[in-house]
Design a protein around this ligand. Structure first.
Ligand code: NOJ
Length: 560
């Protein structure tokens, strides 16, 4: 790997930062975050060091699923701004060396979308076939619903038409019929529009639902021109996007077991998604932390399918949804619940948690830092959710997943510096209590060299200086302590070893890292080491301690 390749396949060493414009920064005092506000914070993001902003949906929406219910794929919700401001954001971000991706919600629309309103007017309406319908009574699909607290079927009846439409998510989010070539054309056109405005790619919402969906595929019977292989759609999307913009990237939300993941990357050809969130790795981080035993995580990493060299995993600890634990066994999930969210109001959908990481870890700064250090050394591309850099908590009183989408905490002042509006007008109330802006905010932490913000800044810098973490091969290093994950990411030229102690007790670890004596550069501190002439080194880790070591052979071009 040449270091210059990292700019071509930029997503393999990026640091993604997901934010919701509505709750980021309100520039006009109406209580809702907006694009003008985001523009004011681009320098902040550049200073933090992230390299790609992921914007949650900004499209016009009735807002029943926080923007994932779209009424116009080409629009921007007037509450957050307009296209002129969007282009300004793209330009300013580019100037500061940042890329921007946006959520592409192509599995469904809002039921208020003009296509769906037309579709339900009559079965002969040209838009009827934009959605997936059935005339016979659907079977019990209660085990397939995404939101079991609200829905009990993936089919909803349109009383006037006497037909049922498919909706994998809420019933106000009818699924698009991607078997219909016209719908595919609409999706291409929409992606092409945002690419033309300058985005660098898309976070693809709910990918398996529109790719591998049996119900939608049944519809393709009416469309003999559609290829039998449902993944052809994803290949076509990828080819279209990269024809329009060579280095645009698709990052897919694909929460499926290991043995089903590879096909979404396009198998050995690597011609579908460029990236996929590592939901299984994430869930096993929490199981390993709960057990203080790294073996579940190590297994989850080793068992990842080998992917095409241009593809990449997006690693994360938290996102804007519930912390889903759906890929753990029932017993494992209960262990994580018991450790990190034992109260019913902390749990959601029977499968997840409504909390952010710092509260789950009891606010223990050692453990929180260990977790983020781990995130940045996992093989892949780290993805942060806004507020993680300062250790924001959640508002358990907020509805469902909104618990973790509270306004960004900029200062200790009124409304946490998010907005000048009356508190009653805020889009959402701020996190209350000990994790609220009085105690947790950017302004204080940015100036404090010992803060979580400063630590995160350091992690990002270290990650960016070690492209082998994103590009390299990966191995778990043998050593006898189950509370310690020792792993190495390496290319032909470079090698980084990371150690993380998941337990509260100090531990001493002996490793063999080279054939002979080499320098080991402490990438987060000043305590450089070297191996003995047998290539061995002994390192001491504090409780929840961690260490990143660059194996630094003589003559390497890397700066120590
Ligand atoms: C996944 C998104 O992350 C989630 O927030 C949303 O509710 C569903 N897809 C439906 O779009």
């Amino acid at each position: 790997m040449r270091v210059t390749e990292t700019s071509d396949q930029w997503w393999k060493t990026a640091v993604f930062y997901c934010l919701h414009v509505d709750t980021y920064y309100d520039s006009n005092g109406d209580g809702v975050g907006d694009l003008g506000g985001l523009a004011e914070r681009i320098d902040y993001l550049a200073e933090l060091g992230v390299t790609c902003i992921w914007l949650m949906p900004i499209y016009p929406t009735p807002g029943r699923d926080d923007g994932y219910d779209v009424t116009d794929f080409y629009g921007i919700d007037p509450r957050v701004g307009h296209h002129g401001q969007f282009v300004e954001i793209i330009r300013t971000a580019k100037d500061r060396g940042l890329r921007v991706i946006v959520d592409a919600v192509i599995n469904h629309t809002s039921d208020q979308h003009p296509w769906f309103k037309a579709a339900r007017r009559s079965v002969d309406n040209p838009f009827h076939d934009y959605y997936v319908w059935r005339s016979d009574t659907p079977p019990d699909t209660s085990d397939q619903v995404a939101f079991p607290d609200v829905e009990n079927s993936i089919w909803a009846k349109d009383e006037k038409l006497g037909q049922w439409y498919l909706h994998h998510f809420y019933s106000y989010q009818p699924d698009l019929n991607v078997a219909n070539p016209k719908v595919r054309d609409e999706i291409d056109r929409m992606l092409g529009f945002w690419l033309q405005l300058g985005v660098d790619g898309f976070r693809m919402d709910a990918v398996p639902y529109f790719v591998d969906d049996v119900e939608t595929r049944a519809e393709s019977k009416d469309h003999p021109e559609v290829p039998a292989d449902p993944h052809q759609h994803l290949r076509d999307l990828r080819a279209f996007v990269n024809r329009r913009k060579g280095n645009a990237m698709l990052l897919g939300e694909v929460n499926v077991p290991h043995d089903q993941q590879l096909k979404y990357f396009g198998g050995q050809a690597g011609d579908e998604l460029h990236m996929m969130f590592d939901f299984i790795g994430m869930q096993n981080v929490y199981l390993s932390m709960a057990r203080r035993d790294v073996r579940p995580l190590a297994a989850a990493l080793v068992d990842r399918p080998p992917i095409h060299p241009t593809c990449q995993w997006a690693t994360f600890l938290r996102n804007h949804d519930e912390l889903t634990l759906d890929k753990l066994t029932d017993e494992e999930r209960q262990e994580v619940f018991a450790a990190f969210g034992p109260e019913p109001q902390e749990q959601i959908y029977g499968r997840g948690l409504k909390r952010r990481l710092p509260t789950m870890l009891g606010g223990d700064p050692r453990r929180i830092r260990m977790a983020y250090s781990l995130l940045f050394t996992l093989p892949g591309t780290p993805t942060l959710f806004y507020g993680e850099e300062i250790g924001m908590g959640e508002d358990l009183a907020a509805e469902g997943r909104m618990a973790v989408r509270t306004p960004m905490q900029w200062t200790s002042g009124r409304n946490g510096g998010f907005s000048t509006a009356r508190p009653s007008r805020l889009v959402q109330r701020l996190t209350p209590g000990g994790y609220g802006p009085e105690h947790v905010n950017v302004a204080d932490q940015r100036r404090d060299p010992d803060s979580l913000w400063s630590f995160m800044h350091k992690l990002i810098r270290a990650y960016r200086a070690c492209p082998e973490l994103g590009w390299g091969q990966f191995e778990v290093l043998e050593q006898p302590h189950h509370q310690v994950l020792a792993h190495r990411s390496f290319t032909d030229e470079a090698s980084v070893v990371a150690l993380h102690n998941f337990g509260p007790e100090p531990v001493t670890v002996e490793l063999t890292l080279a054939q002979g004596c080499v320098d080991l550069v402490d990438l987060l501190g000043l305590d450089d080491l070297s191996t003995d002439d047998q290539g061995r080194v002994t390192v001491a880790l504090e409780g929840y301690g961690f260490l990143w070591l660059r194996v630094h052979p003589p003559g390497t071009a890397r700066l120590p």
